[in-house]
Design a protein around this ligand. Structure first.
Ligand code: FPP
Length: 273
């Protein structure tokens, strides 16, 4: 912990409160924060409807919330953020809405990737990309290539992704290795399966956030969420801002460490990690 961070924590944590004594001893540090945050961005349609606008208005405004989330998480020093942008099941939505979402992905990749690169952030799209248009696939490949060498926070956008698909794809590789005689069935372990999942290079998810009041995992990262803390907020995704992410992280730190840390203390870690 940097001296400046320790100073902030002590400043915000006077010693006459028993919680604060615990805090002081436990030394809230960047290590207390979740390393990997996953978010199910939900409620775009309901948010738009509440304002008498079409659903796609909600998706367009959802992009601003994505920007805020990425910038706040990067300032906090989070290692990876995974955003559920389009599930395998979302193809069932009206054709027009799917079309707008695809165009939105293309335009976001075109306009944002340089900014991500400039900030040393790495962008990856996870999911079955083969169903996307050639144009989108090529934008994705360019964005991933441009940011591949960056060492800062990893941003995974889950698109045409499903947790069951992820595990199935991993098992196809393992099954092929058994068929080829490289492995015995008895060699299959959790670690071996995990090596073939998307995001195998990242720690499992520590904190899952779902907006809009729904309390489901919806076939998101089923394997990687095994031990995650689950945080559900009624806020609709387009309204999700810096304060909401800090609330979720504060909740996480208090659940994990069982002491009364405040949002201010989490804020004090921003830009210092
Ligand atoms: C869920 O809200 C949201 C989506 C299926 C799409 C998420 C897309 C964005 C936030 C915009 C683009 C993002 C990136 C990363 C480029 P919903 O439509 O299910 O809302 P509802 O439950 O209220 O109907």
């Amino acid at each position: 912990m940097l001296a400046a961070q320790r100073f902030f924590v002590l400043l915000l944590c006077p010693v006459d409160n028993p919680h604060n004594l615990l805090m002081q001893n436990s030394q809230l540090s960047p290590d207390s924060l979740p390393q990997h945050i996953a978010i199910i961005m939900d409620g775009n349609g309901r948010w738009a409807k509440a304002q008498g606008k079409p659903r796609v208005f909600g998706h367009k405004n959802g992009v601003a919330a994505v920007r805020k989330t990425i910038s706040t998480a990067a300032k906090l020093g989070i290692k990876a953020v995974t955003l559920f942008a389009f599930s395998s099941e979302n193809w069932r939505r009206p054709e027009e809405e799917v079309g707008v979402l695809m165009e939105l992905f293309i335009s976001v990749l075109s306009t944002e990737v340089k900014k991500l690169h400039k900030n040393n952030l790495r962008l990856r799209i996870i999911g079955d990309k083969t169903r996307f248009s050639q144009r989108l696939q090529s934008k994705i490949a360019d964005a991933e290539a441009m940011t591949a060498g960056n060492t800062g926070m990893v941003i995974n956008i889950a698109a045409n992704y499903g947790g069951k698909w992820d595990i199935t794809e991993a098992m196809k590789v393992v099954g092929q290795q058994i068929q080829d005689g490289q492995l015995q069935a008895s060699d299959v372990t959790e670690e071996l399966i995990a090596q073939h999942l998307t995001m195998a290079d990242l720690p499992d998810v520590d904190l899952l956030i779902r907006t809009s009041g729904e309390c489901r995992i919806s076939n998101f990262m089923l394997w990687q969420l095994a031990y995650a803390e689950l945080y559900f907020t009624p806020v609709y995704w387009p309204e999700f801002g810096e304060e909401h992410l800090l609330d979720a992280v504060t909740w996480f730190v208090n659940r994990e460490r069982r002491f009364g840390c405040t949002g201010e203390q989490i804020k004090a870690l921003m830009n210092n990690s």
